[in-house]
Design a protein around this ligand. Structure first.
Ligand code: NAD
Length: 456
C-alpha cells in the first residue's frame, strides 16, 4: 500500500490551522517534551550512533546529544523574547502609529536530514521550527537507519501527534513528499540533491534553507604554533572519520610548511589514538560500502605519506595524508567527506586566495596564521559560509553565530536565535488609529494634488 503524502500534509495543515501551535504555552510544552526526549533516551541515541557510524560515546555526546540539549534549552529560555514583536524606530510620518515586526510561523514545514550527524542535523531545525510555531514533517536520512528509526519511534511518544510527524524513507519517499506544497523546506545534504529540493520548492515558491556541502580549504603558513595548529586541523578531519560537512577538505601551503606539517601530524595521530587507530574506540567508521569504496579509490599510494590502510570488513579507513596533489586530480573534483587530507603546494597566501576563488564558495574556510595582514586579506577577499582563524569546526558550536553556506554551499542560516528567525516570516505591521493630529499631518497624500502638497 502506498502512503498518502497528500493526506499527511493536509491533516498537518488542518492541525496548524487550529492555531494551537501559535501560543507561547504550547511551544514551550513541546520544546520541554523534546528536551525530555533527549534526556530520557541519551543511551539509546549513543547506541544507535554506534551502530550507524561506530561513533564514540564522547563524539555522540559532545557532537550530537549535548548540541541538541543546549539548543533546546536556549530556545526555551529565550522564546518569550524571540516571539515579542520588534519595534523598529519611527520617522515623523509614523509618530502616532504603531510600527512592528511580527514573527509569524510559516505553517507546515518539511525538515529533511542528512546521515553524518543524523541526530543534531535533524533535531536542531525541528526545534527551531517548533519554537517559531510551525507544524513539522520530519524526514530523517535513511542512510543512518538506526538513528532514523529511533527518531521515528520516539517523536510520537513525546511530541503532539497532530503537529509533528516523522516519515521514514529514502529517495522514493522524499520525492513523493517534495511533490506536496509546504510553507517552508529545510534541507541538509549534498549540493546535488539540494538542487532537486530547490526545484521542487520552486513549483510553489516555497522558501527554503539549503545546508549543503563542498570543499572547505585550509591555509597554513610558517607563523603558527605547529603543535597546536596541526592538532586542530587533524581533529577537524578525524572527528566522525572526516564525514563532517565542514571538515577541512584540503590544505594549501608551501613545501616548507608541508614538511613541518607532516612531521607534526605523525606525532599527533599517534597521541590521538595511542598508536593503534584500528582498535581505538575513539575513531568512527565509514557509513557504508558505497562511501567506503568511493574513498578507497581516492587514496593513491604514490601520494600517501601518512596512513593509507583500509579494511572493508569493518569500513575502516585510516587518516591519510596525500602530497604532490594537483588541482585536476580526482580527489580535488568533489568534497572528500572522509579521513583523507590532500596537501597542495602554493608559493604564498595570494596564490591560496586565487586557488580558492577560482572554485565554488566553500561552506567553511580555515586560515592558520599569526599575520594580521594575511588574515585580513582572507577575510576581505574570500567568500565562504563561515570562516575560522586558527581552528576548525568550532564556529559550528558557537551558538551566537549563524551557521550556513553561500553559493554552492547553501543558502539560509540557523542555530540559536537564527533558527527561530529562519522559521518565522517577519511580518511588517503598521498600526494606525483615528488620531486627528496624525490625520491632518497625513492629509497631504489625498487628492486634489498640488505643488505645495508634493513638496510637503
Ligand atoms: P543523504 O544521502 O542522507 O541525503 C540527505 C537527504 O536527502 C536524505 O534525507 C535523503 O533521503 C534525501 N535524498 C537523497 N537523495 C535524494 C533525491 N534524489 N531526491 C530527494 N531526496 C533525496 O546525505 P548526503 O546528501 O550524502 O549528505 C552528505 C552531504 O551533505 C555532504 O555534501 C555534506 O557536506 C552535506 N552536509 C551539509 C551539512 C550542512 O550543515 N551544511 C551538514 C551535513 C552534511
Amino acid at each position: 500500500m502506498t502512503f498518502n503524502y497528500e493526506e499527511l500534509v493536509k491533516n498537518t495543515r488542518k492541525a496548524f490551522n487550529t492555531g494551537k501551535t501559535k501560543t507561547l504555552d504550547f511551544r514551550l510544552t513541546q520544546l520541554k517534551a523534546l528536551l525530555r526526549l533527549y534526556e530520557d533516551n541519551t543511551q539509546l541515541m549513543i547506541d544507535a550512533l554506534k551502530i550507524d557510524l561506530g561513533k564514540s560515546k564522547q563524539e555522540s555526546i559532545t557532537g550530537e546529544v549535548n548540541v541538541l540539549k543546549n539548543d533546546v534549552r536556549n530556545l526555551i529560555y529565550n522564546l518569550r523574547e524571540y516571539m515579542t514583536p520588534d519595534k523598529p524606530s519611527k520617522d515623523i510620518a509614523n509618530l502616532f502609529d504603531g510600527v512592528y515586526i511580527i514573527k509569524e510561523p510559516y505553517g507546515v514545514v518539511l525538515v529533511i536530514g542528512a546521515w553524518n550527524y543524523p541526530l543534531q542535523l535533524l533535531g536542531a531545525p525541528v526545534a527551531g521550527a517548533i519554537a517559531a510555531g510551525n507544524c513539522v514533517i520530519i524526514k530523517p536520512s535513511e542512510v543512518a537507519a538506526e538513528t532514523a528509526k529511533l527518531f521515528e519511534k520516539l517523536i510520537p511518544q513525546y511530541l503532539d501527534n497532530e503537529c509533528y510527524k516523522v516519515v521514514y524513507g529514502g529517495v522514493t519517499e522524499t520525492t513523493e513528499l517534495l511533490k506536496q506544497k509546504f510553507d517552508y523546506i529545510f534541507y541538509t545534504g549534498s549540493t546535488m540533491v539540494g538542487r532537486i529540493v530547490h526545484a521542487a520548492a520552486n513549483k510553489y515558491l516555497t522558501p527554503v534553507t539549503l545546508e549543503l556541502g563542498g570543499k572547505s580549504p585550509v591555509y597554513i603558513d610558517d607563523t603558527v604554533n605547529f603543535d597546536v595548529a596541526v592538532k586542530r586541523i587533524l581533529w577537524g578531519k578525524c572527528v566522525n572519520a572526516g564525514q563532517t560537512c565542514i571538515a577541512p577538505d584540503y590544505i594549501l601551503c608551501t613545501t616548507d610548511v608541508q614538511h613541518k606539517f607532516i612531521s607534526t601530524a605523525q606525532k599527533i595521530l599517534k597521541e590521538f589514538y595511542n598508536g593503534d587507530i584500528r582498535h581505538s574506540p575513539d575513531y568512527c567508521r565509514i557509513i557504508n560500502n558505497q562511501h567506503f569504496n568511493r574513498l578507497r579509490n581516492l587514496i593513491t599510494e604514490s601520494n600517501t605519506v601518512i596512513g593509507g590502510a583500509t579494511d572493508e570488513s569493518n569500513l575502516f579507513i585510516e587518516p591519510t595524508i596525500l602530497v604532490n596533489v594537483k588541482a585536476d586530480d580526482p580527489i580535488m573534483q568533489h568534497e572528500i567527506f572522509g579521513p583523507i587530507l590532500p596537501i597542495l603546494n602554493i608559493e604564498n597566501f595570494e596564490d591560496a586566495i586565487d586557488f580558492i576563488n577560482l572554485r565554488e564558495k566553500p561552506l567553511a574556510l580555515y586560515v592558520f596564521s599569526n599575520k594580521k595582514d594575511v588574515i585580513n586579506t582572507f577575510l576581505t577577499n574570500v567568500s565562504s559560509g563561515g570562516v575560522v582563524i586558527n581552528d576548525t569546526l568550532m564556529h559550528f558550536l558557537t551558538d551566537s553565530l549563524p551557521f550556513g553556506g553561500v553559493g554552492n554551499s547553501g543558502m539560509g542560516r540557523y542555530h540559536g536565535k537564527y533558527s527561530f528567525e529562519t522559521f518565522s516570516h517577519q511580518k511588517s505591521c503598521l498600526y494606525k488609529d483615528y488620531n486627528i493630529i496624525a490625520e491632518s499631518l497625513a492629509a497631504a497624500r489625498y487628492p486634489p494634488y498640488s505643488d505645495f502638497k508634493t513638496n510637503f
